[in-house]
Ligand binder design. Structure first.
Ligand code: G4P
Length: 284
């Protein structure tokens, strides 16, 4: 399911989004609530320009509940309406249509003034792979219609799916590339599972994860892997060695790294948000 992004590939994906952009009233920019900045496409602003947009922080169930709202506010301060949802468990999906109606209220009012009674809002989901575009689409449409396929650049006739009383969704989400040129962003994406394999070594990502959890949620590391406070004070490579031993994996650091990544992706270390609000200014 991992896409290798090549320049030609990226150009095609961008073009497809640009073509479909003309068909919709509003864009749903889907990001992962654990990495609300890292999981954004770097040129989305440039691609969609002034088109109305709702930023949807999906997978809010996996992100730190204490900061979800702060991130929503961060986007709102950038004049980008935003909401946090959990599409997997159907949490707060209704808010999507309500927000879209609110954002497009002036346009709807103009149409009503012209005599249009039930104006339909047309929208499309856009985002990098694995943020949950297909899940949101499927949940809103309530049928398994969306192809989860990650095939940017594959063109077919767009179809509209009824996704609410006055909301229609384009059946194909726009798939754009992540910010892979930045190492730290790459590790964050790898840790959350947006980048699934081979672009990173598991131990590199594991070292990042150990640093992050030691700093932000030390108790969880201690509890899950039976580590002591003294272990957490070790230099990170030494901590990885400790962890490997604690997992009974002798000196197989790769396997221990992979276990740690698996646990982080599956939420076994609790809910966390890798992007810090404080990073936002330099990051974005
Ligand atoms: P995409 O179209 O943007 O590529 O993403 P997709 O909907 O395929 O979702 C990617 C994975 O994320 C899926 O898991 C999906 O179930 C999960 N997911 C989507 N939305 C949410 C959410 O709000 N909360 C949680 N917890 N998970 C969500 P998968 O197919 O099992 O893949 P993976 O877990 O192996 O990555």
């Amino acid at each position: 399911r991992t896409i290798q992004w090549y320049p030609g590939h990226m150009a095609k994906a961008k073009k497809q989004v640009q073509t479909n952009l003309r068909l919709v009233d509003i864009i749903f920019e889907i990001v992962d609530a654990r990495v609300p900045l890292a999981s954004r496409n770097p040129v989305l602003d440039q691609i969609i320009q002034q088109k109305p947009r709702l930023v949807i922080l999906n997978k809010a169930d996996l992100a730190d509940p204490a900061v979800n709202q702060a991130w929503v506010q961060y986007f709102q301060q950038q004049q980008l309406p935003a909401i946090a949802i959990d599409s997997q468990h159907h949490q707060r999906l209704k808010v999507i249509e309500q927000q879209a109606q609110q954002i497009l209220a002036p346009k709807i009012a103009r149409q009503q003034a012209k005599g249009v009674k039930n104006s339909t809002i047309r929208a499309m989901c856009i985002g990098i792979p694995n943020v949950g575009k297909s899940t949101i689409l499927n949940r809103l449409v309530r049928k398994n219609v969306a192809q989860t396929g990650n095939h940017p650049g594959v063109t077919k006739k767009p179809q509209w799916l009824k996704a609410g009383k006055q909301l229609e969704l384009l059946d194909t989400p726009g798939i754009l590339w992540p910010k892979f040129e930045d190492q730290l962003v790459g590790k964050k994406l790898a840790l959350t599972g947006a980048i699934k394999d081979s672009l990173f070594y598991a131990d590199d990502v594991a070292l990042y994860a150990l640093d992050f959890f030691t700093q932000h949620y030390p108790n969880r590391l201690q509890e899950r892997y039976h580590l002591s406070a003294a272990d957490l004070a070790l230099a990170t490579p030494d901590l990885l060695m400790k962890l490997t031993t604690a997992l009974g994996m002798k000196e197989d650091y790769d396997r221990a790294s992979e276990r740690l990544l698996f646990d982080c992706r599956k939420g076994k270390l609790g809910r966390y948000t890798l992007d810090q609000i404080g990073e936002a200014k330099t990051d974005d």
